[in-house]
Design a protein around this ligand. Sequence first.
Ligand code: MF3
Ligand code: CO
Length: 267
Amino acid sequence: MIIYKTEAEVAKMKEAAMLVSKTLTEVAKVLKPGITTRQIDQLCADFIKQHHAVSSFLNYRGYPFTICSSVNDVVVHGFPNDTPLKNGDIVSIDMGVILDGWHGDHAYTFILGDAAPEVIELVKITKESLYKGIEKATVNNRIGDIAYAIQEHTEFKHGYGVVRELVGHGLGRSLHEDPQVPNYGKRGSGPKMKENLVLAIEPMINLGSKDVYTDDDGWTVRTRDGKPSVHFEHDVCIKRNQALILSDYSIIEAAEKANPHLNSSYY
Ligand code: MF3
Ligand code: CO
C-alpha cells in the first residue's frame, strides 16, 4: 500500500533527511586514510544522539550498527570494522535516522585520494544516474520511468552492472514502504506516482558484472567479480513538475571539497 504524505509530514521528513545529510557532512570532514569505519559509525551514532534522533538501521532486522559502510567491492550493507581505510578506497556511507517518528535514509560514496580513473568515472556516472532518475520522479510518471532512466545512463550508455537484488523504496514512518524502486526496468511500467509520495532512490552500480552475493555475516553484499561498486541515495518527494529533494548533497560536497584527503575532482 502506497502512503502519501501531507505537507506537514513532508516538512518533518525534510528534517529527518537533513539530519542524515548533516551527519554525512561530519563524515566528509573526518574521512582520511587510516580512519576506520568503526570510528565513523561511532561518530554518526554520537551525532544523531546529540540531535535527539535514533538510528533507523540499528536493530533493523537485527542489523548491528548505525551505518552501512561499503568499501570497494562491497555493494551495500557493509559492517563497520577496524580495518583502516587507505588511499584509493571508495566508501559508501549509508545512514538512516528516525526523528519525531519519521525516517531519513540516504547514502554518499566518497573517494579517498587516488582511485583508478575508471573507478572515479563509475562514481561520477552513478551520481549522475541518481539525478537522471530524480528528473523522472514527478506526478503522473511511473516508477518504471525512474528505473529506466537510471539503467539507461549506467548500463546502456556505460556498460556497468546494475544490481538487481536490491532496490529503492518508499519512506515514511517505516524505513521501507511501498513501492519498490528498482534501478532497472521499462519506461511506463509500475505504479503511477502522485503528489507527496516520498521515495528513497538508490542506484547500486557495479564496474563489472551485475552479479552479487551476500557474505556469511548475512548482510554484506559484494560483487561476484570483486570489482568496485558505487551507491548513492537521495530522499525525494514527488511533485508536479520537479521532485523536491529532501536530502542535501551540497553541504556534504562542500565538506568533501574542503577535505584534502578526499577526491572530488570529478564534479
Ligand atoms: N539504505 C538501505 C536501505 O534502504 C539501508 C538499509 S540497511 C539496514 O535498505 F541496516 F537498515 F538494513
Ligand atoms: Co534506502
